[in-house]
Design a protein around this ligand. Sequence first.
Ligand code: KIV
Length: 278
Amino acid sequence: MASSDLPGITNDARPYEPAKGPSLRRITAGAIKRRKGNAPVPMVTAYDTPFAQFAEEAGIDWILVGDSLGNVVLGYDETTPVTMEQMLHHTAAVTRGTSRAHIVADMPFGSYQVSDEEAVRNAIRFIKEGGAQSVKLEGGVYEAQRVRAIARVGIPVVGHIGVTPQTAGLGPGYKKRTHRDRLLEDALAVQDAGAYAIVLEVVDGEIARELTDKLSILTIGIGSGGACDAQVLVMHDLLGMYPHSPPFAKRFAEIGQAATQALRDYASSVRERSFPNA
Ligand code: KIV
């Protein structure tokens, strides 16, 4: 009998079930925004329950379920193929692995570009089905309207300018962004639209410093120098689990090598009959 033939069992993906009790035990976007001007805030990406748990145990309480999921977990070359269903599935896993952290879900390519209505509907799905507390979307002036539409229904929004991987093929790709006036215009548009933070990806360090000084919202740097209010890295880059890390991403461990070695040891133990032993 197929599992879907069993009474009460369906093949539908199980939505995130919110835990009982006060939801405000999670850190709010407002509390995060108040960290501006204090010590830089560490943020990391996570895509599943165990690594989200590791991050929270390490004291990182701002976690991004990035659409870098496509590159580092799902084996795509780009982020553009990543779907809403994939992002919801992984966001819910991260939510289940944490109890206090503020979870930001990245809106995948195609989930917010078509209309305000579709963007709001998809953002709501991240809150209701993924258990996220905020959403992030890429784009400056040209997506500020979507930021405004989502923020208006009460969902905290993180912007993302500089290198925007979903549309990297259109412009200068992954090259460092140095157009000060355009970056400032984009950042102000996103702030005015109601975002509480903004990712600056591979932005010239001096420009990132100026934006951090000028904006009232938090700047989150990645490859943009040390002056930002917060820093984010992709989990698989910082732990050495992804072979194509960008040069700015410091590897704080070599978990990929350690995993390969452990698997090699396991395989030879089985072949030599030293595992399992009596
Ligand atoms: O998808 C992602 O991981 C991101 C970060 C690089 C900011 O957008």
